[in-house]
Design a protein around this ligand. Structure first.
Ligand code: B12
Ligand code: SF4
Length: 600
């Protein structure tokens, strides 16, 4: 059993850490340091509970610093404070260290931070939370004993409850939403993942949110929750042998249904100005930007996605009034020009978006906003896209993921492609800059499906779509595809597996498809992009001139503009990074490099 409990006063000294950002320079992905909204939400709840907080935001506190590190997939660029620098900054009196663990590729770095911190501060309790902590915890506990607890799924209330127990010296075992070393280590990973998926199905069915679309509502396909919830995972993992009793799996905490009751992200702990100056935006750079969430969860169950395991299929929306008030607050506090929504799937309900746009038009007339994540597009008809544009929406990402109806059924995406093309056409006509996301190399994909994705991309470009992202399939922990491949013995959990997500758009990608080799997939990825951008520029040659001009003017409109700018930024960092690193990451925006601590 894990006895990592603390006896002491109710208020704890808690350090929250965001690890440095890792990037593969040769990849087609240019995402850098974005304000960590999940951690900022957790910080707000812990602040309100009266704990003494120190936040160490590794990329935020050393924006200029970049180090090359070795990895099994080749050299990676690490931006921000190194693990050693993070631990040097930790208050030696820290009792609980909470690290946000969103991406699989962060695990080796987080392992190093936790190992160093445990060695430096005896008795420290290490807690991880986030998307990857939620799905990868069995392997984390197997691999190391420096992590004590993993908070699964939505984190605010669970972390507050966990800290309450730690402060009271009570055992954490049995707390819903927490997997603990010792208590859960003996479970075989395959079994625990299966247990949790099944538990989540039952949980979803019993506690579905009223806001999720109902059968017959405007959508392309029934979300998993509207029909059979269980079969989504049964097909994937149902054949996996159980290696431990069901009762031993960690249980879930209840999802928040009233998001208005949660405090807003505690941005006062983060160097917001430096993020703004660096402009590593999630969307394209349209000025001073903040991330925002209008919903949580997603009612669908695509087989390649870890969202159902993380958030269940419960879809909860915030009131449009609250979202607009938050935007107005950011305008007052940070003089923002733009908002990037990082919702999993922002627009599912037409009445919601119409009300949101009405409020924006009346109260925030000069803002731009973007939906860069890849939203559902069922309600994006001519009328809605015109409304979006009129209220400042400029960039929107469509996520068909595949151009073949056969594959869409297999991955449970089941969007209607002709309808999506119609929506893309309408969006282009309305003046929106659009992007489509395609995944290639799913284990069940055939070459005929790739040809259909190729045709879809050409059609999308022809209708006026501006950008395309073509990514190679990667089985993320927590997804149904991962469970199925694991059960079939096709996922090797070696050290290079950790870097899978970064490699999916680089030369070190790997194939999980029996008929498509790795090299074939990489070549296919480039050919599909060539087909898309070739069609886009041949049909509208002036666009090419705009892309080149954006390099000099810095005025971005498309994702390609953003990719080119951030790749150049990465190169500059690599050149000057040593200096930034030695200086401990000299701040750009005039904010102190010191971590912030708030007195109780
Ligand atoms: C926004 C987003 C991004 C942003 C970055 C956001 C950021 N702050 O860094 C950008 C665009 C940069 C991005 C990039 C990438 N992304 Co992304 N992204 C997302 C997305 C859509 C939403 C995340 C989010 O903001 N959620 C909302 C907040 C409120 O939730 P949250 O962060 O999970 O936080 C809550 C809990 O997790 C928990 N929690 C979080 N931290 C902590 C800490 C503690 C101590 C505790 C107790 C709790 C806790 O409490 C929070 C509040 O409830 C997710 C999808 C998803 N399901 O979340 C994918 C997702 C995280 N991305 C993913 C991937 C693969 C990528 C890329 C690798 C894609 C690529 N090939 O380029 C890159 C990697 C970039 C890099 N080099 O690091 C995968 C990760 C899979 C994995 N296990 O690795 C996800 C899960 C999508 C998916 N299912 O495929 N992404
Ligand atoms: S891929 Fe998008 S629509 Fe599908 S389950 Fe994940 S978040 Fe939902």
């Amino acid at each position: 059993m894990n006895d990592a409990t603390i006896r002491g006063p109710r208020a704890l000294r808690i350090a929250l850490v965001r690890p440095p950002v890792l990037q593969l320079r040769v990849s087609l992905s240019a995402y850098g340091a974005i304000l960590p909204i999940g951690l900022a939400y957790v910080a707000a709840v812990l602040r309100d509970a009266g704990h003494l907080l120190q936040v160490i935001d590794a990329p935020g506190e050393a924006m200029a610093a970049a180090h090359d590190i070795e990895s099994p997939i080749g050299p990676l660029q690490m931006s921000g404070l190194t693990p050693a620098q993070i631990v040097e900054r930790l208050d030696p009196a820290t009792q609980v260290l909470g690290i946000t663990h969103m991406f699989l590729h962060e695990w080796p770095t987080i392992r190093e931070i936790a190992t160093r911190a445990k060695a430096a501060i005896p008795g420290l309790v290490v807690v991880l939370g986030g998307e990857n902590a939620t799905s990868y915890w069995p392997w984390i506990f197997r691999e190391t004993d420096v992590v004590d607890h993993c908070v699964l799924g939505e984190g605010e209330r669970t972390m507050a409850a966990l800290c309450e127990r730690l402060a009271a010296g009570e055992p954490v075992a049995g707390l819903p939403g927490v997997a603990s070393r010792g208590t859960h280590t003996e479970l075989a990973p395959r079994a625990t993942v299966l247990d949790r998926a099944e538990a989540r199905d039952a949980f979803d069915a019993e506690d579905r949110d009223a806001t999720a679309p109902r059968p017959g509502a405007a959508r392309d396909t029934a979300p998993a929750g509207a029909g059979s919830a269980r079969d989504a995972t049964a097909g994937a993992a149902g054949t996996a042998p159980l290696e431990a009793p069901l009762a031993s799996a960690p249980t879930l905490s209840r999802r928040s249904t009233d998001l208005g009751a949660l405090p807003r992200p505690a941005w006062e702990y983060f160097p917001v100005e430096r993020y703004m100056a660096h402009a590593d935006n999630h969307g394209v750079n349209r000025g001073r930007s903040m991330p925002l969430l209008s919903t949580r969860g997603c009612p669908y169950r695509c087989t390649f996605c870890s969202s159902p395991d993380m958030w269940t299929t419960k879809y909860v929306t915030r009131a449009p009034r609250e979202v607009v008030d938050e935007i107005k607050d950011y305008i007052a506090r940070y003089r923002i020009d733009n908002v990037n929504f990082c919702d999993l799937t922002a627009i599912v309900r037409r009445d919601w978006i119409v009300e949101f746009c009405r409020l924006l038009a009346a109260e925030v007339p000069h803002l731009t906003w973007q939906l860069p994540t890849g939203t559902r597009t069922e309600v994006l008809d001519e009328e809605v896209v015109a409304l979006l544009h009129a209220t400042g929406c400029r960039n929107i990402t469509y996520a068909p993921e595949n151009g073949s109806e056969r594959m869409l059924k297999i991955i449970r995406k089941n969007v209607l492609l002709p309808r999506m093309l119609g929506s893309l056409r309408a969006a282009h006509k309305a003046g929106l800059v659009t992007r489509v996301n395609i995944i290639i190399g799913h284990p069940k994909e055939e070459w005929q499906d790739i040809r259909k994705s190729w045709a879809f991309l050409v059609k999308a470009a022809w209708t006026g779509c501006d950008d395309a992202a073509v990514m190679i399939f990667a089985p993320y922990p927590g997804s149904a595809d991962f469970r199925e491949l694991l059960a079939a013995g096709k996922v090797e959990m070696g050290e290079d597996y950790h870097y899978l997500a970064l490699a999916r758009s680089g030369f070190s990608s790997r194939t999980y498809n029996p008929v498509m080799g790795t090299r074939q997939l990489i070549v296919t990825q480039y050919l599909l992009l060539l087909a898309f951008y070739g069609t886009a520029y041949l049909s509208r040659p002036w666009r090419f001139v705009h892309v080149l001009a954006s390099l000099f003017t810095g005025r971005e409109t498309t994702q390609l503009d953003q990719l080119l700018r951030t790749k150049l930024q990465q190169r500059r960092k690599a050149r000057d990074g040593g200096e930034g690193a030695r200086a401990g990451g000299a701040p750009r925006g005039g904010e102190p490099a010191e971590p912030r601590t708030q007195a109780v």
